[in-house]
Write a protein that binds this ligand. Structure first.
Ligand code: TYD
Length: 205
């Protein structure tokens, strides 16, 4: 069977990933294309348990290293249990965040070092990388307005505006070095943003 494809969405909190992913899954459903939608951290029973630990506001004492290793642990599980087998069996796999989140959040914004994060990303994925990654780029101010409209913030989102700025800069730095990552202006209407995304995907799916 032909290999499917592996698509990831990235961006700062409140960048509009969920809306774009919803438009994409709607598009695939209309055309009867078999897909799998996952999120990181999560996507497996073990990964969802790790997610609960990571996002729980009670765990404010978590060290940055613990956090990094938990993200990578959840990733190792989802790649081996779900993503790799699904792509190899011909499915389109869409993942809401993947290892570029770790590079931007832990590597850049938390200053844990790109080399460390790259090594762990490589170990956790066994070298199984996305075919294409959409970075939805908006300013932290625009993201803040969107998040406020959504209600309560989780532990990581509570880190605030300065942090989101660093995450955005991290993403922009990573995107400028990778042909896999497509930077998309996420400040437009959802429809305009989606039509640009579709332009990249039409020949892949
Ligand atoms: P989530 O509620 O899924 O946020 P979003 O809807 O914006 O994706 O929470 C995931 C949070 O975890 C988000 O703030 C980004 C952060 N994160 C990291 O810091 N490192 C990572 O490797 C991943 C996958 C997520």
């Amino acid at each position: 069977m032909d290999r499917g494809c592996f698509i990831t969405f990235e961006g700062i909190d409140g960048c509009g990933k969920s809306t774009q992913i919803g438009l994409l899954t709607g598009y695939l459903e209309e055309r009867g294309i078999d897909y799998l939608l996952l999120r990181e951290p999560g996507g497996t029973v073990i990964g969802e348990n790790i997610r609960t630990i990571l996002l729980d506001k009670k765990n404010s004492g978590m060290t940055d290293m613990t956090e990094l290793l938990l993200f990578e642990a959840a990733r190792a599980q989802i790649v081996s249990e779900v993503i790799r087998p699904a792509v190899e069996s011909g499915k389109v796999v869409i993942c809401d965040r993947f290892f570029d989140s770790t590079a931007a959040y832990q590597g850049y914004a938390k200053n844990m070092g790109q080399d460390v994060v790259e090594t762990l990303n490589q170990l956790a994925t066994g070298g199984f990388y996305p075919d294409i990654t959409f970075l939805l780029d908006i300013t932290p101010e625009q993201a803040m307005e969107r998040r406020a409209a959504r209600g309560e913030e989780d532990r990581i989102e509570k880190l605030g505006m300065e942090f989101q700025k660093k995450v955005r800069d991290g993403y922009l730095a990573i995107a400028s070095e990778s042909s896999r990552i497509v930077k998309i202006d996420g400040a437009r209407t959802p429809e305009d943003t989606f039509s640009e995304i579709l332009g990249y995907l039409e020949e892949m799916i």
